[in-house]
Write a protein that binds this ligand. Structure first.
Ligand SMILES: O=P(O)(O)OC[C@@H](O)[C@@H](O)c1c[nH]c2ccccc12
Length: 267
């Protein structure tokens, strides 16, 4: 049965094939080497938690989504990046997928240039070529969605991220994916593991997902609670479950005053 994630994987593979045909591995690596050096993404999250005892925020720049349609019409990535930075975010996440999220590679580059924060390229990675491409765009961290890759591809993406000095957020949604993620990061002390509270197949959101999977997260991994966080009470709930960082998009993107909303979520 074909659902949203399968459809995204199919068009992503086509898109990447076209991009690779236009820009070789050598050419994309040359661009990656010229990019602004990586800002420590995981380190920024870990430092914030160590300093404050409170979870760090990864604030997401997201114009639209397949589940919600248009989220924010007034969309200026550099201005949003600065509002998030002033409001207390530790890192940014920028959607670059066009077809499903109305994102753009240029949004990542423009947002990152406007702030000092480390940035996650939020996209669907199905080929190691995209890791060098992400670095060439300035990304400090990539996303590995366990539901979208097999173990071998996940390991390749992670190794590429490490080779380029980037972090990788390894996203899980069920116990099987968490077990695969744990195996993937075995022996590493820099693991960054996300629990997506939203199913990318049904769009159902349940914060209990973080509570259930946190207990299965490997020792030493920095746990990120992703999606569906709207109130300070939601933040308390996932923090008590073990999350050390939060990935939040919609609830902040819907506010007129993004800086104030960011501050208010973190009280
Ligand atoms: O807008 P929300 O519910 O705060 O969610 C943000 C983020 O977690 C969500 O955009 C997301 C999590 N994992 C993803 C993978 C692909 C695209 C998007 C996502």
């Amino acid at each position: 049965m074909s659902d949203v994630l399968d459809r995204i994987a199919a068009y992503k593979r086509e898109d990447v094939a076209a991009r690779k045909a236009a820009v070789s591995q050598d050419a994309i690596e040359a661009r990656a080497r010229e990019a602004s050096p990586p800002r420590g993404f995981r380190a920024a999250l870990a430092d914030r938690f160590a300093d404050t005892g409170r979870p760090a925020l990864i604030a997401e720049i997201k114009k639209a989504s397949p589940s919600k349609g248009l989220i924010r019409a007034d969309f200026d990535p550099p201005a949003l990046a600065q509002a998030y930075e002033r409001g207390g975010a530790s890192c940014l996440s920028v959607l670059t997928d066009g077809p499903s999220f109305q994102g753009d590679d240029a949004y990542l580059t423009a947002a990152r240039a406007a702030v000092a924060l480390p940035c996650l390229r939020k996209d669907f990675l199905v080929d190691p070529w995209q890791v060098a491409e992400s670095r060439a765009l300035g990304a400090d961290c990539i996303l590995i969605i366990m539901d979208m890759v097999d173990d071998a591809l996940a390991a390749e993406l992670l190794a590429e991220a490490t080779r380029w000095g980037m972090d990788a957020l390894i996203e899980t949604h069920d116990a099987d994916e968490m077990a695969r993620a744990a195996k993937l990061v075995q022996g590493r002390d820099d693991a960054l593991i996300g629990v997506n509270n939203r199913s990318l197949r049904t769009f159902e959101v349940d914060l209990a997902t973080t509570e259930q999977l946190a207990a299965l997260s490997p020792e030493g991994a920095l746990l990120v609670a992703e999606s569906g966080l709207f109130t300070p009470q939601d933040v308390v709930r996932v923090t008590e479950a073990g999350a050390r960082a939060l990935l939040v998009g919609e609830s902040l993107m819907r506010q007129a005053d993004v800086e104030a909303a960011t501050r208010a979520l973190l009280v």
